[in-house]
Design a protein around this ligand. Structure first.
Ligand code: DX5
Ligand code: ZN
Length: 232
């Protein structure tokens, strides 16, 4: 889905969107892996940024996003798992991010961060660890385009889906407007995606399930089979 720069959540169609997590791609040939998920019908990309402090892992930096930006016009949905989201939001916006999702646990002043992202014309998401209460994001719910429900503890791909997050998805769906997206992230495959969809999710991040597949386009299609299409 080709986008002009700007808030992707105002340009992407409603309905179900599939967002492959580039954390799971083979960094040695990221361009080829990207082409594979695009061939399978992916709608946008999820880029997991980890600083080794907020989560015990390091992933990729602004240089990676800069390269990916040259390789695709599709939306880059950057998930900041960092202790200083205000600083890194600016760096990744400069590198070519279209939307920034920050963790409520790390944002000292979320309203200012959101205002800065809006000034830059970016999409805005908020997220929380499975162990953090939904109350922590209530103050910003009205200001964001998207809530990302982590269905695993952030830090690594390939983890088991946490079933107890299904009721959080349901609860949050009831707290969001129809135009706000509810994204799920962690252990997503056709079986878990079906349950998330029934609970109210509409954007599906998947890493291992897609990039770990022998036939990547077929894995995207199998997920699409379950979640349905964007209502373009
Ligand atoms: C985990 C990341 C997720 C993860 C998804 O901290 O936020 O996006 O990469 O990978 P899978 O789908 O393999 O759980
Ligand atoms: Zn993520």
């Amino acid at each position: 889905m080709k986008l002009k720069r700007g808030n992707p959540w105002r340009q992407l169609p409603g309905g179900s969107l599939i967002a492959p997590s580039l954390l799971a791609c083979n960094f040695a040939h990221a361009g080829q892996d990207i082409a594979q998920v695009v061939a399978g019908g992916a709608d946008l990309f999820h880029v997991d940024i980890m600083d080794g402090h907020f989560v015990p892992n390091l992933s990729m930096g602004p240089g990676f996003v800069k390269s990916i930006r040259k390789a695709t016009d599709m939306a880059l949905d950057v998930h900041l798992m960092v202790t200083d989201p205000a600083y890194f939001a600016e760096r990744f916006a400069e590198a070519g991010a279209d939307s920034i999702t920050f963790h409520a646990e790390a944002a000292a002043d979320p309203h200012t961060l959101i205002a800065r992202l809006r000034e830059g014309g970016l999409g805005v998401g908020v997220t929380l660890r499975p162990g953090t209460t939904v109350e922590s994001i209530r103050p910003v719910l009205a200001e964001v385009d998207l809530v990302l429900v982590m269905t695993v503890e952030p830090g690594y791909g390939g983890q088991e889906f946490q079933e107890n997050m299904l009721e959080r998805i349901q609860a949050l769906r009831g707290m969001l407007s129809r135009s706000q997206r509810l994204e799920v992230d962690g252990g997503i495959n056709p079986a878990t995606a079906a349950r998330c969809r029934r609970a109210g999710a509409d954007v599906y991040v998947a890493g291992e399930n897609l990039f770990g597949a022998r036939d990547i386009p077929a894995a995207v299609r199998a997920l699409r089979q379950v979640v349905g299409g964007p209502d373009a």
